[in-house]
Every structure is written in C-alpha cells, then in structure tokens.
Design a protein around this ligand. Structure first.
Ligand SMILES: NC(=O)c1ccc[n+]([C@@H]2O[C@H](COP(=O)([O-])OP(=O)(O)OC[C@H]3O[C@@H](n4cnc5c(N)ncnc54)[C@H](OP(=O)(O)O)[C@@H]3O)[C@@H](O)[C@H]2O)c1
Length: 310
C-alpha cells in the first residue's frame, strides 16, 4: 500500500484529500504542528517548522508528499506580523521538506505543492473575458503575488532531487465544510445577496471534489510536471456568482445589495484587494492532460453543494 504524507492535512483541503486517499486505500499520514492522533482514518506525525524538526519515520515511509501547510490567508487582517506568518509558514515549511528529503533516506516519488491564483495580476475589467491568465505569466507584484512566488520558489529545489514536482495554483475552493463558500451564503439567511464592489470582478473558483481529483491526478499521472492552474473552466463574475447562489437557495425571494468597495476596505483592510480583484484564470493546461471536471459550471457546483448540505 502506498503512503501519502500531507502537510497541513488537518485543514479544509487536507480533510477532503485524506478522505479521498483513505477511500482509495492509501495509507495517509498528516504532518501537523499538533498531535491530533487520528483524523479521518489517517495517522498524525509532528513537525516543528521554527526549530526545523520533522518526524523522520514519516519521511522514510512516504511515497508521495502533498504540501498544503500555511497560515490561513483569509482568517485575520493582514498586519505586518500576519503577513510575515503567511509567508514564513509556507517558505520555512517547504525548506524543511527539502532539507528532510536531502538528509533522510526516503522513497518519495512525487511532491505536489499548493499555490494560489493570487499569483496572477488583475485582468483589466474592459476586456476581462478575453484575457485568461496562463501558467507562464510572471507573479504579480502585490502581497499575494509575492507570497506565491516565494512559496513556489521555496519548494523548487525538489526538482533537482530526482523527484517529480507539481504545483497547483488553486482558485477559491467551494466546500460546505469551510473556506469562502459558507461566507457567501451567510447574508442569504437574511434574504440578502451581497454583491461585492461593482460585482464585475471575475472569481477563479473550483469545487472541492474537482480539486481533490486534480491532486490525485498529480500523484498518479506521471506526465504531470510543474505548474497547473486548479480552477474550473468557467469562471464567473462576483454578481453572477452571488445571484446564482441566491436563486438556488432562495428562489425569487432575495434582494441584491451592493457592498461598496470603501466599506470592504474598512472592514477587511488590505485583504479587500483580494475580494475586489478580477482574475480570469485559464484551466486549459490541466484540461489538456485529459482531466475532466465534474463541476465545470457554477450552477453544477452549487447544485451539488446545496443538495449535499445537511
Ligand atoms: N481554501 C482555499 O480556497 C485555497 C485557495 C487557494 C490556495 N489554498 C492553499 O491551499 C493550502 C490548504 O488550504 P486550506 O484551505 O486547507 O487551509 P487551512 O484550512 O487553513 O489549513 C491549512 C493547514 O496548515 C497548517 N497551518 C496553519 N497555520 C500554520 C502555520 N502558521 N505554520 C504551519 N502550518 C500552519 C494547519 O495544520 P496544523 O494546525 O495541523 O499544523 C492547517 O490545518 C493553503 O496553503 C492555502 O493557502 C487554499
């Protein structure tokens, strides 16, 4: 049985991946800062990123590594301290994986690392449907662009170690279990469809099940190398996203409300850039590998998520 080590496997994506890999009869080890004993049928191993210490047995046992660990980007305001934590938690954890793979005898064949569509520069609103960001474009110069660049660079030494490396620039993950989707639904409890800013900004999104299937593909399909955008092929603008969701949940009984950009800036601070930014990201490269999305449209994704919510 193959063993898969998932860093940050206790989080939103890690939980879903653990369930999928356990179902597929992989042995899963979650690498965590806390001793959680057993999560979803996976064992937990410990690491201390600051002290650059890692459970050596976990590295020896692993056939594959999925690297998800990192301080949550949307949880807290981006103070100077939080920004440092967001970057360090990713780059120092990557450095520890690289060091461990150099120093500890192992049989790791593939490392798949998370990255984010925050890599990309905004798409101009005038021709946003024509321009789609592809994997060859340079990183944006803002905070998330820089974070993604440093994050991806920190895991790149893996390629010199005869280990296949795949990096997944992930869009906003839609899941009932956490992240952005439950936040989008909250105002609908009061019958309000909260459109952010002018609502024209394009959202690069992906259904959690498709994302997990891309991770599985990255592990099992040896032809995958380097960077892939992990986004659904049909992105939508914020207004379409919010009103389609409102129609699915409330039928005709909702009122669209435009939350002005200045209010978002007051509430979220610098993080407001991310909810107001328009990025149209291409899914062509992952599609060209033969990967087929279960939820290519926002309607299909909402249908599944709403149907499967208790
Ligand atoms: N969810 C999305 O929409 C989305 C979109 C694009 C990219 N991504 C990226 O994909 C990865 C996984 O996302 P997720 O939504 O599953 O994240 P998550 O729910 O926030 O989980 C991330 C995990 O990382 C570990 N972690 C948290 N703070 C840390 C710190 N300061 N130092 C080291 N480890 C830390 C935690 O594991 P322990 O507490 O067990 O150590 C946590 O469970 C993240 O790197 C995220 O940026 C997510």
């Amino acid at each position: 049985m193959a063993t898969i080590l998932i860093t940050g496997g206790s989080g939103l994506i890690g939980n879903a991946l653990t369930k999928l890999f356990v179902e597929r009869k992989f042995d899963v080890i979650i690498l965590s800062r806390n001793n959680n004993k057993e999560i979803n049928g996976a064992k937990t191993a410990l690491w201390d990123i600051e002290k650059q210490k890692i459970d050596e047995d976990a590295i020896r046992q692993a056939d594959y590594i999925i690297h998800l660990a990192g301080a949550n980007v949307g949880d807290k305001r981006w103070t100077k301290k939080r920004k440092k934590e967001i970057v360090d938690s990713r780059t120092k954890s990557s450095a520890l994986i690289v060091k461990a793979l150099k120093e500890i005898p192992n049989k790791v064949k593939v490392v798949v690392s998370a990255s984010a569509t925050g890599w990309y520069e905004e798409t101009p609103l005038s021709n946003q449907t024509d321009i789609r960001r592809t994997e060859t474009e340079p990183a944006n110069k803002d905070f998330l662009g820089e974070t993604c660049r440093l994050w991806e660079e920190s895991i790149d030494p893996i390629t010199g170690m005869n280990i296949r490396l795949v990096k997944l620039r992930t869009g906003i993950v839609l899941s009932n279990e956490g992240g952005a989707f439950p936040e989008f639904k909250k105002p609908l409890r009061f019958g309000i469809a909260a459109v952010l800013g002018n609502g024209k900004q394009i959202i690069p999104w992906i259904h959690i099940d498709d994302l997990c299937r891309i991770y599985l593909e990255a592990i099992t399909n040896e032809s995958l190398h380097g960077v892939y955008n992990a986004v659904a092929p049909r992105p939508v603008d914020n207004k379409t996203f919010v009103t389609s969701l409102a129609k699915k949940i409330k039928g005709k009984f909702f009122i669209p409300f435009y939350v002005p950009s200045f209010m978002l800036k007051i509430i979220l601070g610098e993080m407001s850039i991310e909810v107001l930014k328009s990025v149209n990201v291409s899914a062509e490269k992952i599609k060209s590998t033969g990967f087929q999305f279960l939820y290519p449209t926002i309607d299909a994704a909402f249908e599944q998520l709403i149907l499967n919510h208790d």
